[in-house]
Design a protein around this ligand. Structure first.
Ligand code: KG4
Ligand code: ZN
Length: 348
């Protein structure tokens, strides 16, 4: 059974995990360390790239040592080193990937360059130990996309956002409402007390067979509503109505993608998939439309290294590895609409 050490440092979380597994068996998480930088960035209202990378560099060594201790394994017992190489902030990606390469080089073990989005996509299947054919809805701070997935590395893009990501819209609306960064969890908290039908915010691009998303019109509509109210607004009702508009769009398009692809499974991942109202709405849709909903466990929805280790392990088990010369790629795509999911994505 192989065991990998994985590093995630694409944005503002420094994470290290040690995972062990065989394909088709539940992943064993031997260690999962996450050092969140949220308090550091909160006072700036968003992520400051230089602060993020400097803190990755400061925290990483301690996290690797803590993970080895927690897993009770030695460096020599690690079979390979995986790290996120994109998409993400260049200076942040560089820290984690360089650390993983250095360890791989020193121990003469394979290095596995992992696409952050592939990590999210795999995360609902940790307990299965493999990635079945399905439709993936990835909803994070930087990305919103629907993919046709045949297995690990076999993806076709069905739709993606043309402007803001769903999480980004949550964060921006949170900021408009005067809530702390990141806005997603704060907006959800406020929405619990509000009326989702109080404001009729727009649901963009929901007519026809279109699987692309757009959230900037919704965000602007919230802004204009707030401006009209001159600072005296029902925060909970606005949060609930905004959240409902995002959920309606995500559910509608996810169901359409399942119908078009004829897969039986819809899997959701990424930070926004922590949203309980979204999960509930998708559970209802899955019961109504007869498909299975696969969700990631809450501890692996937001950025973490377990998902990077799992994606790395699935590649490692196929004899795949990456060159130490592999660069970081801040805009690394996962797939295009032209890709055939029958072709295995060879590198990364
Ligand atoms: O996957 P993730 O941790 O990082 C990226 O890869 O972007 O996602 C972070 C995003 C942020 O925009 C955050 O506000 C959002 O996920 N998020 C939520 C919730 N928890 C986190 N959005 C809505 N509801 C939540 N409960
Ligand atoms: Zn992420």
């Amino acid at each position: 059974m192989a065991q990998l050490l994985a590093i995630e440092s694409s944005c503002d979380e420094t994470a290290v995990a040690i995972v062990r597994g065989s394909e088709g068996e539940p992943l064993q998480i031997l260690a999962s360390e996450i050092a969140s930088q949220i308090p550091l960035h909160r006072e700036h209202g968003g992520v400051v790239p230089e602060l993020a990378s400097r803190n990755h560099a400061l925290r990483l060594r301690g996290l690797v040592e803590a993970a080895l201790r927690q897993a009770d394994v030695s460096m020599a017992q690690i079979d390979g080193f995986a790290a996120t190489i994109g998409p993400g902030l260049a200076s942040s990606l560089l820290i984690g990937s360089t650390a993983a390469k250095a360890m791989a080089c020193a121990l003469q073990k394979p290095f596995l360059a992992i696409n952050h989005l592939e990590g999210h996509l795999c995360s609902p299947f940790l307990t299965v130990g493999s990635v079945p054919p399905h439709v993936a809805l990835i909803v994070s701070g930087g990305h919103t996309m629907l993919l046709d997935v045949l297995g690990i590395g076999q993806y076709r893009m069905l739709g993606s956002t043309r402007d803001d990501a769903a999480g980004e819209a949550f964060d921006k609306v949170g900021k408009m409402l005067g809530l702390p960064y990141p806005g997603g969890p704060e907006v959800e908290k406020a929405a619990r007390m509000g009326n989702p039908r109080a404001f009729d915010f727009p649901r963009s691009m929901v007519h026809g067979d279109e699987l692309d998303f757009s959230f900037s019109g919704l965000k602007t509509s919230v802004l204009y509503t707030l401006q009209r109210m001159h600072g005296n607004f029902p925060l909970d009702d606005i949060a609930a109505s905004f959240q409902q508009a995002v959920i309606d769009v995500l559910v509608k398009k996810a169901c359409l993608a399942v119908e078009q692809s004829r897969h039986q499974i819809l899997a959701i991942s990424g930070g926004v998939s922590l949203n309980r109202a979204l999960r509930l709405a998708l559970e209802e849709a899955s019961a109504k439309n007869n498909f299975t909903l696969a969700v990631a466990a809450p501890e692996v929805c937001a950025d973490n290294a377990v998902m990077i280790g799992f994606a790395g392990l699935l590649r490692f088990q196929r004899g795949m590895s990456s060159l130490l010369e592999e660069d970081i790629h801040p805009n690394l795509p996962l797939a295009t609409s032209q890709d055939s999911p029958h072709q295995l994505l060879k590198t990364r």
